[in-house]
Design a protein around this ligand. Structure first.
Ligand SMILES: Cc1cc2nc3c(=O)[nH]c(=O)nc-3n(C[C@H](O)[C@H](O)[C@H](O)COP(=O)(O)O)c2cc1C
Length: 231
């Protein structure tokens, strides 16, 4: 259902991890990208660059990345060959972030009946990232490596605008940093230049409402807990 208020578009957005095959037109995707490009950026630098993949291009890339992902499961030594262009997460986790991360992971796995130690099922679930969760469209976003950290802040605003605008069209998304480890496959595949770094992928389409994974609802810390008021 299309969101008709800003509040509903923001609060109805969630990470969808199963899509149906209904496609999204080039016109609608272009409209969403143009809306997102209204995001603010420091001195209007507009650091975003998008590559929209669908059809055979998406199938081919998914096949290549799934093969790489499977090869790591078979030989964990290979993992170091696949490095993301930037650190999304800290190298050393700490509270309360590690607790939230664990809760998130185990709640999702719990919903899917995946228990601790069930490596094959975990592998299979994480692998769905590299099939864009069955979405007909996956967009890869890149940034110039030479830009500063602030540009990543700008990028986040752009990406959130995209996801919220997608709700206005009745569409669903899943931002995906999981792809970042496979930049060395993805960047040449999409024709990115030497100076480009992969920021993330994003699955786009219509949620498969019959899939239990899409009933996953994530909690948030209330404003009272993260806000300090000073007078
Ligand atoms: C930049 C970014 C990258 C993410 N990467 C992934 C990913 O690779 N795979 C995935 O399943 N979810 C990914 N997520 C989704 C988060 O897990 C999700 O946003 C969080 O758990 C909150 O849930 P919600 O999006 O449903 O509100 C990503 C989110 C963001 C913002």
């Amino acid at each position: 259902m299309k969101s008709s208020t800003v509040e509903d578009a923001i609060t109805s957005r969630k990470s969808v991890r199963a899509f149906n095959q209904e496609s999204v037109s080039k016109e609608v995707i272009t409209k969403l990208l143009n809306i997102s490009a209204r995001a603010p950026s420091g001195t209007n630098t507009q650091p975003w660059k998008a590559y929209v993949l669908e059809g055979n291009a998406l199938v081919d890339l998914c096949t290549k990345v799934c093969a790489a992902y499977d090869s790591i499961a078979a030989n964990p030594e290979l993992e170091k060959e696949y490095q993301a262009g930037y650190d999304y997460y800290p190298t050393k986790w700490f509270s309360p972030y590690i607790d939230r991360r664990r809760e998130n992971g185990w709640s999702l796995y719990g919903l899917l009946g995946i228990t601790k130690g069930d490596k094959d099922k975990m592998h299979a679930q994480h692998r769905k990232n590299f099939e864009a969760f069955g979405a007909p469209i996956c967009i890869f976003f890149t940034i110039d490596k030479e830009l500063g950290r602030g540009s990543m802040l700008d990028y986040g605003m752009f990406l959130q605008s995209f996801m919220v605008a997608a709700r206005g069209e009745g569409l669903d998304t899943c931002p995906q940093a999981a792809w970042n480890h496979y930049s060395k496959i993805i960047l040449p595949f999409i024709g990115a230049k030497e100076n480009e770094m992969l920021v993330c992928g994003m699955a786009l389409g219509h949620a498969d409402e019959t899939d239990i994974v899409n009933t996953f609802h994530t909690p948030r810390v209330a404003a009272e807990e993260f806000t300090t008021w000073l007078k």
